[in-house]
Design a protein around this ligand. Structure first.
Ligand SMILES: Cc1cc2nc3c(=O)[nH]c(=O)nc-3n(C[C@H](O)[C@H](O)[C@H](O)COP(=O)(O)OP(=O)(O)OC[C@H]3O[C@@H](n4cnc5c(N)ncnc54)[C@H](O)[C@@H]3O)c2cc1C
Length: 372
């Protein structure tokens, strides 16, 4: 099958775009690397999250908001397409605040975001300790917890099931998915692109580069300078517990399997995925300040993954000017944004051009004019 479009990178971003393209009857070939690659999609915390996001970037706030609005429908459709349950719960989410000062700072931060949006019904409310206790019956909070912000659009899902579901749905929709298919080079070939793999060459009229931290080197070959850096996130997982936490919180959630996920740190800026005892200690300390009873629970896993960060931490969605038909898609919230990647973004790529709503995300915002 000659593809209409090749998506390079089978993480949550590439797979969601490929899925959206396949649902729009595009002939899709998804090429993914191998287990030696850095793979953010497999280290993920699983939040579908709006609160606190997009300060100084209204377009990101709006995009994230749209994605959280689309997530329920996206999840229903993907579950039906793949037969895999995602365990989406989107009944709101919490950010615990320690001390009255912490609570007030959170209120002011969210108010700034609300004002940036230009008013309307707030996406969040502040809860004092008494209101928080009513929301979490049976959870004994630590003495320092003054309250929390409650984001009504927030939620969580199982991120590994999301990834698996996207891959299964792609296959069921007739897409070609290839693993251990590293693209080493991209060469323009007339109006098409020639993709050079190990011992093999493919051509395609359009390509999407969504290869996470592997994207910069590929994007450069089609005239897109995509500055990226890694940011390490470490996550702890406890043994399974009977269900007691009805809502996810930033940094603390109970999974569909009963484990508690704790994290993620932002603690390293090189390509190092080792875990550290310092991070385990500080994550455990913070968590037991919020829910002291968790001090008696066993930790069973500790992992680190690398977020894919742009200089301002916001996504890059761009089409190459010098090589039309070559797109790049990068972000560090691939679960939250999966619903827009599979719909608005995939639709724009299928139609052949990104609309104005995506222009704030073009990588040219990082271009520095040359000194005269
Ligand atoms: C600790 C941690 C917690 C996170 N928590 C959340 C969260 O709660 N909510 C949320 O929304 N997001 C979260 N994220 C971010 C989320 O995981 C990422 O945004 C998402 O996984 C990005 O996926 P990606 O597809 O861009 O990159 P990746 O998952 O890294 O995938 C890139 C893929 O490209 C492939 N590749 C690389 N080079 C090539 C090549 N040359 N040819 C072919 N294939 C190639 C790789 O093999 C890889 O499979 C978290 C990230 C981390 C690290």
């Amino acid at each position: 099958m000659q593809p209409d479009i090749v998506v390079i990178g089978g993480g949550t971003v590439g797979a969601a775009i490929a899925y959206g393209l396949a649902m729009r009857r595009q002939k899709v070939l998804l090429l993914d690397g191998d287990d030696g690659d850095f793979r953010a999609a497999r280290a993920n915390f699983g939040l579908v999250w709006l609160q606190g996001k997009g300060l100084d970037m209204p377009a990101y706030q709006a995009l994230t908001r749209s994605s959280t609005e689309l997530w329920r429908g996206f999840s229903d459709e993907l579950e039906a397409e793949s037969g895999i349950e995602l365990f989406l719960e989107q009944n709101g989410g919490l950010a615990f605040c320690l001390g009255e000062e912490g609570l007030e700072k959170r209120r002011l931060d969210l108010l700034r975001l609300h004002n940036q949006r230009g008013g309307g019904e707030p996406d969040w409310e502040m809860l004092d300790r008494a209101a928080l206790e009513r929301l979490l019956p049976g959870v004994a909070l630590g003495p320092k917890v003054a309250g929390a912000s409650f984001g009504r659009r927030d939620g969580h899902a199982n991120p590994l099931r999301l990834l698996a579901a996207l891959h299964v749905a792609l296959l069921r929709r007739g897409a070609n998915v290839r693993h251990r298919a590293r693209v080493n080079r991209i060469e323009p070939a007339g109006a098409d692109f020639r993709l050079v793999l190990n011992g093999e060459t493919l051509t395609a009229p359009r390509i999407v580069i969504a290869a996470g931290l592997g994207s910069s080197a590929l994007a450069r070959q089609v005239g897109l300078e995509v500055p990226l850096r890694p940011e390490r996130g470490q996550v702890l997982v406890t043994e399974r517990l009977a269900r007691f936490l009805p809502l996810p919180a930033s940094g603390l959630r109970q999974t569909d399997e009963g484990t508690i996920m704790i994290g993620a740190t932002k603690d390293g800026h090189d390509f190092d995925v080792s875990t550290t005892t310092e991070a385990a200690a500080s994550l455990s300390r913070k968590t037991t300040e919020i829910i002291p009873a968790l001090a008696g629970v066993r930790l069973v896993r500790h992992w680190a993954g690398l977020r894919i960060m742009t200089p301002d931490s916001y996504p890059i969605y761009a089409e190459s000017r010098s090589h039309p038909g070559a797109f790049v898609a990068i972000c560090h919230s691939g679960v939250t944004l999966a619903a827009v990647h599979a719909s608005l973004l995939a639709e724009a790529i299928a139609e052949g051009a990104l609309p104005d709503t995506f222009s704030p995300f073009h990588q040219r915002r990082f271009d520095v004019p040359q000194a005269a």
